[in-house]
Every structure is written in structure tokens, then in C-alpha cells.
Design a protein around this ligand. Sequence first.
Ligand code: PMP
Length: 413
Amino acid sequence: MTRLSPLLAQATPVTVDHGEGCYLYGTDGRRYLDFTAGIGVTSTGHCHPHVVEAARRQVGSLIHGQYTTVMHQPLLELTERLGAVLPENLDSLFFANSGSEAVEASLRLARQSTGRPNVIVFHGGFHGRTVATATMTTSGTRFSAGFSPLMGGVHVAPFPNAYRYGWSEEEATAFALKELDYIFATLTAPNETAAFVVEPVLGEGGYVPGNTTFFHGLRERADRYGILLVIDEIQTGFGRTGKFFGHQHFDVQPDIITIAKGLASGFPLSGIAASAELMAKGWPGSQGGTYGGNAVSCAAAVATLEVIEKEGLVTNAAERGAQLLEGARRTAGAGVGDIRGLGLLVGSEFTAPDGTPDRATATAAQQLAARKGLLLLTCGAHMNVVRMVPPLIVSEQQVEDALAIWSEVLDEM
Ligand code: PMP
């Protein structure tokens, strides 16, 4: 008998039969409130009728066009639609399939356009699982364990992770920027540095939001030294944080953003956006791939953008996010050391009485929640943060339902 690889470890015991809105229906006949959204992907909910209809129509007319062979209409339409929501200076797009590929595309463009070899990433960041992006990932040793040598040219600077350092946000930010300057003096000179690659909110690293002072510090150094600011919006884009893109909370202009996840409601699609001038400095032929910008994914993405706009999902993410964060703070008891987030990214960090990360309790809480019908994920370097990342269509009542289950879980733990 053929079996699934044990490498495909599952976070919950649930096998899904189908999904609708914020619910997944298991083959066990139970209904689950899904606060994982396929790791922040199904922002319009499972099988939103408008997205389903757009994909169905596209499947019937063209499934695969291969955009370096022939251009296709859904990709052109998506490019146009994205123009209305992207920061004004980012007027040129490249499409791929996964988040990791998008980050690699940004890395290639940054190195090619600057002629510089090194990049600086920020501690606790997650940028993917390919060898290059795993090298750039510092949110857990598991992501790069056992397949060294990794890619060269990556240096790691601190992210203002106040709780982890045990400092105020101001202290953590001042330290992060000071350390960045020390890295320039000791590890990679500015004129050897192509890019900063950074998330607006550490995602897999534990739902730690950045802040305005930090991002202004990065922008100021990027301008001073001709370094590109690459903002990885893969988890934070398309309304997830309560603004269209996560960096918009911090009044900062990126040179490149990476996009994926919430872009196409679960169809594989990713990309990078940059100015046409910067994009033109990439080397022809060096970016591409068989499946990038798939026609059905692009049609689903157009429909997704329509749903985000028509249903006011960015505003809903801000309002429901505030409700969720406030509720999680209200229900937290002993053992939860910190609760933080931005929009519909809310994390509860479990800490043992001696101050060490408490993975066992976080895992047990997640498992108990699943048995009670609420699906959650963990994250953080120590997997001790329980994260709530529901679809952006989540209602006030569904947030209350999730909080009621979470409160029961914490009481019983
Ligand atoms: N960057 C960020 C910020 C992410 O959250 C992720 C996925 N969790 C990735 C990159 C990688 O995306 P993918 O798994 O689609 O390769």
C-alpha cells in the first residue's frame, strides 16, 4: 500500500471534505470554524461563489497559457486591477506560483539591478523553503536543518521584537537600528549590500508587528546607501492587517514588494511588484517558470480583488482584528506571556513560569481547540505562539464564537 510521507506532519487530526465561508467540514461529519485560512490564504472564505464562478468560467476557456510563450487575458486583466491597489511607484509586475518563488525573484532582481552580492534579512523572518529563501529565513532552525551548505551572502539583523528581548518597543527598535549600522561596519559594507528583505509583521516568526520608527530607519539607510527595500507582503498583503498592504501601517515606501497567499483565494499565484525602471534592470531570461501566472489563478485573483472591494474586507479585517485582539487579551490567563497582532493576524505567546518558551502548552491548546471545533495554528521560533488568522470575511459572531472556544480551552488547560 502506498502511504503519505511522514514528512507531511499534520497540525490537526482533521481531514477535510469541503469548505464554505469560514467553515471547514471534516470527513468525520463535524463542522470546524477555520481560523487558519490555509495559512492566511483563503481571505474571501472557502469557495466564495464569485471566485468559484470566475475560476469555473476560466477552466472552460483556457487553463494554461504560459505567459512567456503567449500572453493571456486574465493576466492582463489582473495586472490592470492590481494597478489600482498597489503603491503608486510599484507599477510593474512579475508573476510566479508560490511565495518562495516570489522572494527568490526579488532577490535576483535586487542583485542584478545593484550588482551587489549581499542581502540583509531580519531576525525571526520567514521567506520560504527553497534553499535561497530558507537561507533568508531565521524564524526557526528547522527550516534550514540538514541541507547545508546554504546560499551565501545573507546577513541577519535584529527585528524590533520587544517581548523576546524583554525591552520596550522603543528600546528594541533603537537596538535593531544600531545593530544594523554595526553590521554595515563589520559584516557587509553598504556598497556590498543589495537589499533589505523584511516582513511588516513577522508571520511564521510569531506575529510580531514592526513599527514606524524601524521602517523609517530602514528607508533612510536604503536611500543613503542605494540599498533596495524589499517588503515581503506574502502573509500581510490584500487586507490581512486591516490596510491593503502591511507596510502602509508604517508610512514607508518599498522598492519591491512580494505578493502571494491572499491574492487568489487559494489558487497558486504569487508575484513581485517594482517600478518599471527597476524591473528593467533585471536580466532578460533570468526570471520565469512553466506555471507562473496561471490563467485560472489569475481569473480567481481578479475575482478575489473584486470581493475584497465589494465586501469591504480591508475594513472588516481592521474591525474584526481589533475585536479578536481585544478578546484574546481579555480571555488570556496564566501561561500566556504576550498577545499581539495587527488586523486579522493575532498571536498568543505561551511562556513558562521561568520565562522560557512553552511549546508544549501551545500545542496542547491548539489540539484542544481543534477537538472543540476551532482550527488554529502555531508559529514562532519555538512553536509556542498560537495564531489566529481567519478569512477576512469573518463575522462579529464568528469572532465571538472562536473567542468562546478559546476561553474554554484556556480554562481547561
Ligand atoms: N514569505 C512569507 C512572509 C510567508 O509567510 C511565506 C509562507 N508562509 C512565504 C514567504 C513562503 O511562501 P510559500 O510557502 O508559498 O512558498
